[in-house]
Design a protein around this ligand. Structure first.
Ligand code: SDX
Length: 380
């Protein structure tokens, strides 16, 4: 019987979920019933509460959630030392994956997968990963880390532990929006990696480490860094067209920040991030990255139209210029994506552990059969 193969699990539904709905044809993204455009005014903590509890919090619920998170911001000194000891030119996603994995060794109950323990670890990771990323940037540049502050939000503490300065309201607001937009996206590669890992009933730290490992790839979360490195290589609006044409001329050439397995139109998050990038371009005086991005989209639209295709900007495209204008180095963009996606990964892990089934797909064997063993001394 001819077996059907779904390479890349393209179009395959592996489970049901109540967290996120994506309409790839219409370009719609919904978190727990709210269109993503409705949530950009919310703080990241409100949206995490929504993803985890299923409804936006009341003021009292949000205050209690924030108080719980604030208890967990501090990271073990030994993990800071570990990050110090890594080569300072190590890729930040290698360092982050290593540091998150190391946190398990300092957890009093790292392996329990009961919902209460999973929730406890998830909240700790939600609080600590932004601090890990901010601290990593300081130690790898030879600057002493600063301790997180209980009075700051997740976005605020990320900025504070990164820069050592009290973040402005405006920068915290932009960070909140960026974290909200990157928080959750259904069964993307890293979320599937986390859920598949958790399906063996291994621990949360292992599942989240799997998610970070997957997110790092340039076809997934690594694309935002890829976009910035391309813009830095191109250097000016005038050189954008040549870059795109040369990239498309290469076998399997891919322009980072464009295209998506599900969206067949522009990613709704790209519209929002474009507005943020435009506003920052006007305020920061660094408009060239935004202008180069607009030119890149113009050339891609023209070239893809020649192929009868629409390959449009995804979430990673304008986030690159947003982060550049906020002053972040390009190789820190994917760690920032991981900071945000802890919330989505954990929402999915709550679902996975609550009603688990081991993930175990099959392969159609096309190798040889019936071969006879020959002892090593008789083999040619
Ligand atoms: C994220 O899944 C998620 O939800 C992920 C994410 C999330 O929030 O978790 O949305 C975040 O990962 C966004 C995607 C970031 N990745 C990139 O920007 C990398 C560049 N994009 C491509 O590599 C690609 O678009 C993928 C990997 C994202 C999706 O690829 P598919 O679905 O496997 O599609 P494909 O590679 O088979 O391309 C289909 C066609 C091809 O034409 P043909 O060669 O068949 O004629 O579209 C073309 C491709 O050439 N195409 C591109 C392109 N993306 C697709 N051509 C040029 N540049 C691109 N970026």
């Amino acid at each position: 019987m001819e077996e059907t193969i779904y390479r890349g699990l393209d179009g395959v539904n592996v489970d049901t979920s109540e967290i996120c709905f994506i309409d790839g044809e219409k370009g719609e993204l919904i978190y727990r019933g709210y269109d993503i455009g409705e949530l950009t005014e919310a703080t990241y903590e409100e949206v995490v509460y929504l993803l985890w509890e299923g409804e936006l919090p009341t003021r009292a619920q949000l205050d209690a959630f924030r108080a719980t998170i604030a208890e967990d911001f501090a990271i073990p000194d030994a993990v800071v030392d570990l990050m110090r000891r890594l080569p300072h030119d190590a890729a930040p996603m290698h360092a982050l994956r290593t540091a998150v994995s190391a946190l398990a060794a300092f957890d009093p109950d790292p392996d329990g997968v009961g919902l209460e323990n999973v929730r406890r670890i998830g909240t700790a990771l939600l609080a600590q990963v932004p601090v890990l990323v901010g601290t990593l940037q300081r130690v790898r540049t030879g600057v002493d880390p600063v301790a997180p502050r209980a009075d700051l939000s997740i976005a605020g503490n990320f900025l504070y532990t990164l820069t050592g300065e009290e973040p402005t309201e405006a920068a915290t607001r932009v960070m909140d929006t960026a974290l909200v937009l990157h928080a959750e996206h259904g069964s993307n590669a890293s979320t599937f990696a986390a859920r598949s890992t958790a399906s063996t009933l291994t621990d949360v730290y292992s599942a989240i480490t799997a998610g970070i490992a997957s997110l790092k790839g340039p076809l997934h979360g690594g694309a935002n860094t890829g976009v910035m490195k391309a813009l830095e290589q191109i250097g000016s609006v005038e050189n954008v067209e040549n870059y795109v044409l040369e990239t498309l001329a290469k076998p399997n050439g891919r322009v980072m920040g464009f295209g998506h397995r599900v969206y067949k139109v522009r990613d709704p998050r790209a519209f929002i991030l474009e507005r943020v990038a435009k506003q920052l371009a006007e305020e920061s005086g660094e408009a060239k990255w935004f202008e180069m991005s607009l030119e890149m989209e113009r050339v891609m639209d023209r070239e893809m139209a020649k192929k009868g295709r629409e390959v449009k900007p995804n979430v990673d495209f304008f986030s690159a210029s947003v982060y550049r204008m906020l002053g972040f180095p390009a190789d820190m963009y994917t760690p920032i994506f991981a900071v945000a996606r802890i919330s989505g990964w954990m929402a999915h892990l709550f679902e996975q552990y609550a009603d688990n089934r081991l993930v175990r797909p099959r392969m159609v064997y096309e190798g040889p059969r019936g071969k006879t063993f020959t002892p090593i001394d008789e083999r040619g």
